[in-house]
Design a protein around this ligand. Structure first.
Ligand SMILES: [Zn+2]
Length: 381
């Protein structure tokens, strides 16, 4: 039996330990939370390993062995959170209001973490358990997925994985990937009194951005995934020019492209090169450099009839009735695990709308239900 009081207590303990990703506004990092989790797991009689991925920024991994030859399932949640929002009151002082537990990370994703720990604790005494359960708590999800990538690169494998993120207890069987990179137009500087002597890089960039909207977006819109819809492209930042009286010779944009499962940077780059080739005749001065990406993570999908999806769907149905199998547009650690052949679902308590906000909270009833769902999966429903 998983008790609400215990869930509130454990989740409050997790929220109280700041684990803001140090790359996002200089937070303290994941070290203290990792130490707490290792201690908790040792208290359950397990032998966790704590591995620094970067100095002071570890992953935590523990295993509950099942029967030899049984299914091996991984339950994974990330340790880090985003920074407190501007104006967020007491982000690391958990506050319970009715069923809502407020605090940074309460929803994303310490709620899933608490539910996984409670589920693991609940199955400790279960005899005849066939499934081997691994618990992994990974650093660095909010900025590049380094912890999950490290786990995958370490050779860790499982027959399936449940990645804990706020899905409202829906089974997420697919999500998009993301790639971010820069493109620069190069012109020729000149005095602004004689602009005809120069080539205006900002003007060139305006044409490029227009072409991305007019020519590339319709192509992307024609590609459709049953759970994810179409890939997207967004220009998020533009920088260029020195002064009003200088014709600018450089202009740079930052782009964000959301990938469908199977799409890669090589394919994205190929589309851009094709577009540039098609513009060359109209705009002979257009010189564009495509930089290598500074963030890249693949999309993820598990077939809706795969074992992990069917098991997750059944466990959710038993505890909370029917929930949809769906896709989400954001990226998770599941991408790194799926990339090495571990079929994944993303499934956890709370709603993504509450993540990263100044009023971040999770419904503790959902945390209790998530723990029961994870327990069903760990027992091998
Ligand atoms: Zn998250």
């Amino acid at each position: 039996m998983i008790e609400r009081t215990e869930a509130v207590g454990l989740l409050s303990d997790l929220v109280r330990i700041p684990s803001v990703n140090p790359r996002l506004g200089g937070g303290a990092g994941e070290g203290a939370l990792a130490r707490f989790l290792a201690e908790y797991l040792r208290g359950l009689g397990l032998t966790p390993t704590v591995t620094d991925v970067e100095p002071g920024r570890p992953n935590v991994l523990a295993r509950l062995p099942g029967k030899p030859g049984g299914t091996h399932l991984l339950f994974e949640a990330h340790l880090d959170t985003v920074s407190p929002s501007h104006g967020q009151v007491g982000p690391f002082v958990p506050r319970l209001d009715g069923d809502r537990l407020y605090g940074r990370g309460a929803c994303d994703t310490k709620a899933s973490m608490a539910a996984m720990l409670l589920a693991a604790k609940a199955i400790l005494g279960a005899r005849e358990r066939g499934t081997t359960v691994s618990l992994a708590f990974a650093m660095g999800e909010e900025n590049g997925f380094d912890g999950a990538r490290h786990l995958a690169a370490s050779g860790f494998r499982a027959d399936g994985a449940v990645v804990g993120e706020p899905t409202g207890l829906d089974v997420v069987a697919a999500h998009k990937g993301v790639v971010r990179w820069q493109m620069t137009t190069t012109g020729k500087s000149a005095h602004s009194a004689t602009p005809q002597a120069g080539i205006n890089a900002i003007g060139l960039m305006a044409r490029l951005v227009q072409a991305l909207d007019d020519r590339l977006l319709p192509q992307l819109g024609m590609r459709r995934h049953p759970l994810l819809g179409s890939p997207t492209l967004s220009v998020g930042r533009i920088t260029g020019g020195l002064e009003a009286n200088v014709v600018p010779d450089r202009c740079t944009i930052d782009l964000d492209r959301r990938l469908l499962p199977g799409e890669t940077w090589a394919g994205v780059r190929g589309e851009l090169e094709e577009l540039l080739a098609s513009l060359a005749g109209e705009f002979p001065d257009l010189r564009v450099t495509i930089e290598d990406p500074y963030l890249e993570s693949r999309g993820m999908e598990a077939p809706v009839d795969s074992a992990i999806v069917r098991m997750a769907e059944e466990a959710v149905r038993r505890i909370d009735g029917g929930h949809p199998i769906r896709g989400v547009p954001y990226c998770t650690d599941a991408a790194c695990l799926a990339a090495v052949g571990i079929p994944c679902v993303v499934l956890g308590p709370g709603h993504i709308e509450q993540a990263h906000t100044e009023a971040e909270y999770v419904d503790v009833q959902q945390v209790v239900k998530a723990a029961a769902i994870y327990r069903e999966l760990m027992l091998g429903v």
